[in-house]
Write a protein that binds this ligand. Sequence first.
Ligand code: TYD
Length: 205
Amino acid sequence: MFIVFEGIDGAGKTTQINLLADKLRAAGLDPYITAEPTGMETGRAIRRVLSGAVPKTPTQVAAMFVQDRIDHNVDPEQGIEVLLAQGKAIICDRYYYSSLAYQGSLTDFDWVMACNCDCPEIRRPDLCIFLDLSPEESMKRITRDRTETEIYEKADTLTRVRARYMDVFDKLGARGDKIEIIDASGTIEQTADAISRAIHAHFGI
Ligand code: TYD
C-alpha cells in the first residue's frame, strides 16, 4: 500500500498522516511515514534552493525533484520499492502531484508530467489523498504573526496553487491515478473519519 497526501498550507497533512498511521497499525499493518523533498542528499539540495540560498531556474528545480523522487523510489535501504517489498504500508507527504502543481506552471507542464509519470523508476501511488481547504480557511489557520501585505500575497498564492492541483487531478485522473479529494475544513476527527472511509473504499480495511 502506497498512499500520498497532498494539500495547500494549513490543510493538516502532518496531523492526518500520523492519525492514519495509528489506524493502520491498529488494523495490523506496518505503516512507514516518508516525505518529499527527502532527507537524502538530493532532498537536502532542494531545501537549499527552496530557502533561497541557491538560485535555480524552475526547470532545474523540477529536475531536482525528479532526481530526488527516483532516489526515493530506488534507494536500496530506505527506498519505496524496498519498503513495499518488506510489506510496509507507505504514507508519503507530497509526491509528483506537488511537482505538477508547483513547478508545472513555471516551466513546461507536459515535460514535468512526462518526467514524473512516464519515468520507469517513479512508482504510481495506489491512492492520493488531497486535503482540501478553501484558501480563506487555510489563511485563518496560518496567518498569525503576518503583515497585511504578506497575508494578501499568501491568499493569492494559495488560490492559484489549489486551482492548479484541481487541474492536475483532472489530468492524472484521466491517466489512471486514484485521487480522493477530502474536505479538510471540519474538525480533525471529521477529516480523519473521511480519510478512513476513503481508505476503506479503496483497500477494504
Ligand atoms: P515543506 O517544508 O516540507 O512544507 P509542507 O509542510 O508544506 O509540505 O516544504 C515542501 C515544499 O516543497 C512545499 O512548499 C512544496 C514544495 N514542493 C515542490 O515545489 N515540488 C515538489 O515536487 C515537492 C515534493 C514539494
